[in-house]
Design a protein around this ligand. Structure first.
Ligand code: NAG
Length: 208
């Protein structure tokens, strides 16, 4: 009882944004051994089976709040995704899928790997560890940085709004290189094997 009282008191003294540990969700993701999808890009779900962008976003709003973003942050994430999609030329769902995979949509996510920061965990991107209630400009800066990055990956694979570009680009975003024969391989030994498969499942409306 004393222990519980102490823990509750300690938690109560932390700023709100620190009471939502994103690592828990991500560790579960990374521990999984087998991926739902694997093989070449055409072994992954076709775009005709993906949910509409707004429907995927709605399905994930609560989980982004559970991860530590405020409801206002969630609204700003939607604005930033739509702006980046239009300005940079990347499907909204691709941007959202990366956000969910990298940070569960928590605007205050830590930096990892040295300099991979922000809601899309991109190298050299701005990050706001432990914060929420960010202004639109900070939210947009993180999402523009990550969207620029995935755009350059898409360009390496034909820059089509099509699975032949999108799935290999997602692998490159995570691993830096691609084994085209199996997109569920962490190419070069770097990254998360099920990264592309997990994002494909999110495109199909699965929430996890
Ligand atoms: C979460 O996992 C992704 C890979 O799926 C990784 O790139 C990202 O840096 C991780 N985020 C944190 C906060 O550890």
């Amino acid at each position: 009882m004393a222990f519980i009282t102490t823990v509750v008191a300690a938690l109560a003294s932390l700023p709100v944004a620190f009471s939502f540990p994103i690592e828990t969700t991500n560790n579960t993701l990374q521990a999984r051994q087998s991926c739902t999808y694997g093989g070449t890009w055409d072994d992954f779900p076709p775009m005709s089976e993906w949910w509409a962008w707004g429907d995927i976003f709605n399905a994930y709003e609560q989980s982004m709040v559970d991860a530590g973003s405020s409801w206002d942050d969630v609204g700003r994430i939607a604005v930033a995704i739509e702006d980046a999609a239009a300005d940079i030329g990347v499907d909204e769902r691709v941007i959202l899928g990366i956000i969910l995979q990298e940070s569960s949509g928590y605007v205050g996510v830590i930096c990892t790997g040295g300099d991979d920061c922000g809601i899309m965990q991109c190298e050299g991107c701005p990050g706001y560890p432990g914060e929420n209630e960010l202004p639109q400009s900070d939210t947009s800066a993180m999402i523009n940085g990550g969207t620029d990055h995935i755009k350059s990956n898409l360009e390496d694979f034909g820059d089509l709004d099509d699975p032949s570009s999108i799935y290999p680009a997602l692998r490159e975003y995570n691993s830096g290189s691609v084994d085209s024969d199996d997109l569920s391989v962490a190419a070069g030994g770097y990254g998360v094997p099920c990264y592309v498969s997990d994002i494909a499942r999110r495109f199909m409306g699965e929430v996890f």
